[in-house]
Design a protein around this ligand. Structure first.
Ligand SMILES: Cc1ncc(COP(=O)(O)O)c(C=O)c1O
Length: 394
């Protein structure tokens, strides 16, 4: 074998073939419905980009624009991140020793898990779980312990207590992908107590922390600091996934380990990307941008949900409180496996969706539908097409 067992254990994400298909459809000028997309459907605020270009052009002869930064990231950016988390989650962090800028959320998760776990260590996932959790676990040789929450998709106390007794770390997306679930205060408190009492790390992935429609979300960090690592990204808000900026906030020893891992891998996040996010956070751009985006996402979420109610009344779905997805079970209509259904929808109906099987065992009759990109009317049309398809298959 020419590549390592580790590398060959990484299966290419099934979304890759969807993206290839998109390329083909585009090149043929064919229309398709993008309900597979995991990235925002809006460009970042225009005035932010204008400001960013001004800053960069004022520094073209400044060597620091082209230099390495510390693997921890620019200190000013770390200060802005710490302030943002204090405002959003009442999470207090020392920008000097507890905040590290990362190249997006995935890299933050990888560097964190590489810093707190060794090969063979057990790591807990709540299933369905964001698919990159699995790839990172494979890459690091971790042993995944799964806590399935199908079919209701709610977190319950006893299974959580059991999970924490079996692992060294638990990774929790809050808000969650694919479900859009957020932690309530009681569950966050329980998770925090389990972490601190048992010395089990919680990797708290807050990728969608500002994209919330209903309730606020609870932060386990408010009850336990020593064993919680917060992992965030700017891929969703302001929506620059290709610019690769995220962060981790962790107790000092873990943050230092993360910085060392980064030094050995990507070293630092590209300077222009760090500058953009620094301007976003400290320039107050979010205040004018996010409410507009949330209003539009909220309209899309309602349209998608109403269409599911009308067209597929026997479908079970989790009403997302946050994020950009609706996770839906079509067992009441078809026994076709979600991979197969996704393939048929894509190739025959040009409706693109993500199969539940991507999020771990148990997702066979589930689809993840994104409302990030298509407007309300197109979302309704897409659901009508899905309904026609699942009613017509056995
Ligand atoms: C739950 C969750 N965590 C992390 C990420 C990764 O974000 P990034 O693009 O910044 O690596 C995503 C992106 O989809 C996500 O949904």
């Amino acid at each position: 074998m020419r590549v390592s067992v580790r590398a060959s254990s990484l299966r290419p994400s099934p979304t890759l073939w969807l993206y290839r298909l998109v390329g083909v459809l585009k090149s043929r000028g064919l229309d398709y419905y993008s309900l597979h997309v995991g990235q925002p459907g809006f460009t970042p605020p225009r005035d932010l980009m204008v400001r960013f270009l001004e800053v960069v052009s004022s520094r073209v002869s400044d060597l620091s624009l082209y230099s390495y930064t510390s693997p921890w990231g620019l200190l000013e950016l770390r200060e802005a991140i710490a302030l943002d988390l204090a405002q959003h989650g009442r999470v207090r962090a020392d920008p000097l020793g507890e905040v590290v800028v990362t190249s997006g959320g995935i890299e933050g998760l990888l560097s964190t898990l590489a810093s707190i776990l060794d090969p063979g260590d057990p790591v807990g996932f709540i299933v369905p779980a964001y698919f990159h959790f699995y790839s990172i676990a494979r890459l690091l040789g971790l042993r995944v312990v799964e806590l399935p929450v199908y079919p209701e998709l709610e977190l319950k106390a006893d299974p959580l207590v059991d999970l924490f007794s079996r692992v060294k770390a638990v990774v929790i997306a809050n808000p969650d992908n694919p479900t859009g679930r957020v932690l309530d205060e009681g569950v966050a408190r329980l998770i925090a107590d389990l972490a601190c009492d048992r010395g089990v790390y919680v990797v708290h992935d807050i990728a969608y922390y500002t994209l919330r429609y209903e309730a606020g979300m609870a932060w386990p960090e408010n009850y336990c600091r020593d064993y919680i690592v917060t992992v965030g990204t700017y891929s969703k808000d302001p929506g620059v996934p290709g610019w690769r900026v995220g962060f981790i906030v962790a107790p000092a020893d873990v943050a230092e380990a993360v910085a060392h891992v980064r030094e050995a891998t990507s070293y630092n996040t590209p300077v222009p990307s760090q500058i953009l996010i620094l301007e976003y956070l400290r320039g107050g751009y979010r205040a004018g941008f996010l409410p507009r985006v949330l209003e539009e996402y909220s309209r899309r979420r309602s349209a998608l949900i109403e269409a599911l109610e009308e067209e597929l009344p026997k479908a079970y779905y989790y009403k997302p409180k946050a994020g950009i997805f609706v996770y839906v079970n079509l067992e009441g209509y078809t026994r076709m496996a979600s991979d197969k259904l996704v393939e048929r929808l894509a190739l025959e109906d040009r409706v693109l969706a993500v199969p539940g099987t991507l999020f771990g065992p148990g997702g066979e009759s589930w689809l993840r539908l994104s409302f990030a990109v298509e407007g309300p009317e197109r979302l309704r049309e897409a659901v009508r097409i899905i309904a026609r398809r699942v009613r017509g298959v056995v």
